[in-house]
Design a protein around this ligand. Sequence first.
Ligand code: GLV
Length: 345
Amino acid sequence: MLGFGPTRSEYGPPTLRGTFSGQAGCRGMSGASPVLLVRSGGPAALPEWRAAFAAVLPGIEVLGWTDPDLDPARVRWVLVWEPEPGRIAGYPNLRAVFSTAAGVDHITRDPFLPPHLPIVRMGAEEMARSVGEYVTMAALMILRDAPRMLAAHEAGRWDAFFPPRTARETRVGILGLGRIGQMAAGMLRGIGFPVQGWTRTRRTIQGVESFAGIDELDAFLASSDILVGILPDTPQTRALLNRERLAKLPKGAGLVSAGRGTLVVLPDLLAALDAGHLSFAVLDVFETEPLPPDSPAWKHPRVLVTAHVAGFASRRARAESVARAVAQIEAGEQPDNLYDRERGY
Ligand code: GLV
């Protein structure tokens, strides 16, 4: 993800009663207020986090990840981007981990993570909205052939050209129709793009044609003039867009990748662009981030690389989202956006 950090396992599903009821996580707190420990934005961001949480979670002390006086027993909640492995297991009274981002792969890769600890994805609407904006920008760049415009500008060449079709004649296929995918679908439809979506299990969303499961993937790809990847990283999504699958896209199709970089086999994508089968790829996520300086994607005339910036949300919006989930957990309910270990996201 996201520029929210200083730089930037599988277990059984939690049993809801045991996980979310009562105050079982409070032993050893000796009257001191519980702590929300934050690893996002570094020490410079702490005052803003404190102000944001003071408004929505009074009674909680917000401390930074590197606080030297931290008493591990007081930590009840953690809000993180890329915690170092083993660190979270050191808080005996921790009741949930909140991701600063929509994805949680940067947390679940910790092999020491306690097996039944609830992990909650960032649900702030701003997050979905910002990714939707990015996807819309990218779809329009593909539609209007932004690489040709930029090349003409660079060369000082008056290159008057028009796209072969309008948005209404350009079908966008979105891989992943969760909150973010649905937000993007709504924005794209507002512009006039017909939209279809592909999901693990069938989703009925008004105005969005549905494809589900691996059996319908080829048909979905074959009818997607612009393909948008917003899938999380799971064993099922890794390398899903390989040479064979990219070949199923219509000739001249464009690609937007804004979920996780593991979805796309980058050399296969570059080969499909070189062969002229695909027209333009707007990539925000990569298997290795930052994208190494020697990656051919940087220099490719038909690729736009951005630095994992599609999704963002203000600290205020993220604090509100965390506070909502805390209230749900404290009421013994399952929080919205709970990570499901079976599904993998
Ligand atoms: C961004 O990568 C996110 O997970 O929100």
